[in-house]
Design a protein around this ligand. Structure first.
Ligand SMILES: Nc1ncnc2c1ncn2[C@@H]1O[C@H](COP(=O)(O)OP(=O)(O)OP(=O)(O)O)[C@@H](O)[C@H]1O
Ligand SMILES: [Mg+2]
Length: 343
């Protein structure tokens, strides 16, 4: 791909792993897949891959892993011809299962990629992305298709939740659970991308991105790219922690300090206006302010019983907000609560 077309891509696509080596933080899965490829060729002159279910939270590399695997098996030039990818945006009814998959599955594997130097007997891959969105009827129809075409097709089922896949399909697949990326792996990947893009990002900002993303690499890359765009507009030198919070609409450390200082030192009325203005001017959500308070209070050195009451009541407030409680009332309740227990 030319540099110009690469530059137009969102970073989540630009930095989609090209090989199993580039999939970070899922080491046991990567090595199992490698073993499947390595061990199988010797004995029966064919690659023996089971049908597989990749499941786990968003942005952890399920789609990337299967594409990287396909590239490894068929070669980067040939892999497209040998995979059928069905996404949630496609019609996922019974007809898709019966027709589209059958059409693809019943034709023989056509191209042996350049990487297939040993001239192995091969199969094609059907990738069913977001399979947990398929109806049970469609999933039921699939089990017959799987059995029928096992000779020359392997199915890779991708889902966020394994419990949404019917037991009959589960028992036909080897299951791989994708974990949220460990902080060290995400850190390493982000640092590589920062170097590749030649941008300056403070270490606190990287850590803030990782905290916010909670192991979702897609989220990390989207935040980083959004910050980079802001960097261009604001003509700042480097991405800092505040910029990260502002990009995602979360309160900065300074915002939280302002709120807490006001609640602890000002009158109820003043702190109420301070909090309301902050929410209005910066577009902050009360639920995010509460979330930041909880993180501080958990670590805060105060009387344990007070801490317990505060945390329980904050969770009540959070529940109230999620149920559509009035924002002004919830804000004043939070001020009253903290003042009552901490002042
Ligand atoms: N383990 C990983 N290593 C490196 N990059 C990753 C990893 N996981 C995700 N990414 C980055 O995030 C992007 C999205 O990942 P991917 O589409 O593989 O997630 P997914 O697990 O399939 O998520 P979903 O459940 O939402 O479909 C990739 O293009 C890649 O840039
Ligand atoms: Mg996916």
């Amino acid at each position: 791909m030319s540099k110009v077309s690469q530059d137009n891509l969102p970073w989540i696509e630009k930095y989609r792993p090209n090989s199993l080596d580039e999939v970070y933080g899922q080491d046991s899965i990567t090595s199992t897949l490698r073993n499947f490829i390595k061990n199988s060729s010797a004995d029966n002159n064919s690659i023996s891959l089971p049908h597989m279910l990749f499941y786990g939270p968003p942005g952890t590399g399920k789609t990337s892993m299967v594409i990287a695997l396909a590239k490894e098996i068929y070669g980067a030039d040939n892999y497209r011809k040998n995979i059928l990818e069905l996404n949630a945006s496609d019609d996922r009814g019974i007809d898709v299962v019966r027709n589209q998959i059958k059409d693809f599955a019943s034709t023989r594997q056509i191209s042996f990629g350049a990487s297939n130097k040993k001239n192995l007997k091969m199969f094609k891959l059907v990738i069913l992305d977001e399979a947990d969105a398929m109806t049970n009827i469609a999933q039921n129809a699939l089990r017959r298709v799987i059995e029928k075409y096992t000779k020359n097709v392997r199915f890779v089922i991708l889902a966020n939740y394994s419990y949404k896949i019917i037991p009959a399909l589960l028992s036909r697949c080897t299951r791989f659970r994708f974990q949220p990326l460990p902080i060290e792996s995400s850190y390493q990947r982000i640092k590589n991308i920062i170097t590749f893009e030649s941008i300056r990002v403070e270490d606190e900002a990287v850590m803030a991105i990782l905290r916010i993303s909670k192991g979702d690499m897609r989220k990390s890359l989207n935040i980083l790219q959004a910050c980079n765009t802001t960097l261009g507009i604001e003509e700042k030198e480097s991405i800092d922690e505040d910029m990260v919070y502002e990009c995602v609409g979360l309160p900065t450390v300074k915002d939280i300090e302002t709120c807490l200082n006001s609640i602890l030192n000002d009158s109820i009325q003043t702190s109420y206006y301070t909090l309301m203005n902050l929410q209005k001017d910066k577009g902050l959500a009360l639920i995010d302010i509460i979330n930041a308070f909880v993180n501080i209070i958990v670590e805060y050195d105060i009387d344990v019983s007070k801490k317990q009451i505060l945390l329980v009541k904050l969770s009540d407030l959070e529940y109230g907000i999620s149920k559509g409680g009035n924002n002004n009332i919830q804000t004043s309740a939070m001020i009253g609560l903290i003042k009552n227990l901490l002042v």
